[in-house]
Design a protein around this ligand. Structure first.
Ligand SMILES: [Zn+2]
Length: 300
């Protein structure tokens, strides 16, 4: 009997539908982080099996680091996707436990991909990478995606591969990045870095305040020109903005050398758009504070 034809696109679409759980601009990377963790285990060991006692640590770490700021307890935050991913038809548990409850999971429950999905992922070389890339790109900006992959144990280089077209629908504006850099006079809005090579800005990027992956528009009032370092720190929730456009630095950030500690000096600095530059819209600044900024601001 012939091996059933495995359609990589079908697998991708099945897992890409997880993005629909993202609603009202609230980030919900819990299920994608669980899938990425299981993909990493599948790639490393040939099985996606994930015992709860490991998920309770590793998945909770991932959610704490890459999820939105939350007051939910660590174990509880991991129990949500660990139990609920079953209803997406891609995940099974070896015991019949109720949704969302932590205690029943501690009796040695193990999760894994649904059997046909796991078989499909195993049968196609490169499919694990394609699925991981599709998920991480759908939920995180390019500054954060490699960090997520490293944290789950996958190779960030997979972001540069690509055999299956992503199932994304929104198109990015190709002119938006250049417009943002011009609007901010080709300088980092936070530190003023304005390096150029041959008249072309280098190490300077157009940053979305509300992430493009969470419906952030390609509008000038949702953009900042930021140097590569400050773009990264802004997207990782280390740097944030008050409603009056004053920069805040998270207490979670630490550094030892004078250059590293220079980040602290940004705290309390006021953004100064030049005349004519659209000021960041308050709704985007609020979104970033609620969904991305992590920890508490340094004391003034
Ligand atoms: Zn900068």
């Amino acid at each position: 009997m012939a091996t059933p034809e495995v359609d990589g696109r079908e697998v991708l679409e099945q897992l890409a539908s997880l993005r629909q759980h993202q609603q009202d601009g609230r980030r919900s990377p819990h299920k994608p982080l669980l899938v990425l963790l299981a993909l990493s285990r599948l790639a490393a060991s040939g099985s996606s099996e994930l015992p709860w006692d490991i998920a309770e640590q590793e998945l909770a770490d991932l959610i704490q680091e890459f999820g939105p700021p939350s007051r939910t307890g660590r174990a509880q935050s991991a129990a949500f996707p660990f139990t609920r991913l079953r209803s997406d038809g891609v995940w099974t548990l070896d015991q019949d436990v109720p949704m969302d409850k932590v205690t029943p999971l501690r009796s040695g429950v193990t999760g894994r991909f649904e059997a046909s999905l796991e078989a499909a992922l195993r049968s196609r070389p490169g499919l694990v990478d394609d699925v991981a890339r599709g998920l991480v790109e759908a939920h995180f900006p390019a500054t954060v995606a490699p960090d997520v992959l490293v944290a789950v144990g996958l190779d960030p280089e997979l972001l540069h591969g690509g055999t299956v077209a992503p199932a994304t629908s929104r198109r990015r504006s190709s002119s938006w990045p250049a417009q943002v850099l011009e609007a901010w006079d080709r300088q980092c809005a936070f530190c003023g870095f304005d390096g150029q090579v041959g008249g072309v800005p280098v190490g300077l990027e157009a940053a979305h305040i509300r992430w493009f992956t969470v419906d952030g528009p390609d509008e000038l009032d949702n953009g900042l020109a930021l140097c590569s370092l400050h773009h990264k720190l802004f997207d990782r929730g280390v740097l944030g903005l008050d409603d009056d456009l004053t920069l805040v630095v998270s207490q979670r950030f630490s550094a030892r050398t004078p250059h590293g500690r220079a980040v602290y000096d940004l705290h309390g600095r006021r953004l100064k758009p030049r005349p004519g530059t659209p000021t960041p819209a308050v709704q985007h600044v609020t979104w970033h504070r609620e969904q991305v900024f992590h920890g508490r601001p340094l004391a003034a």
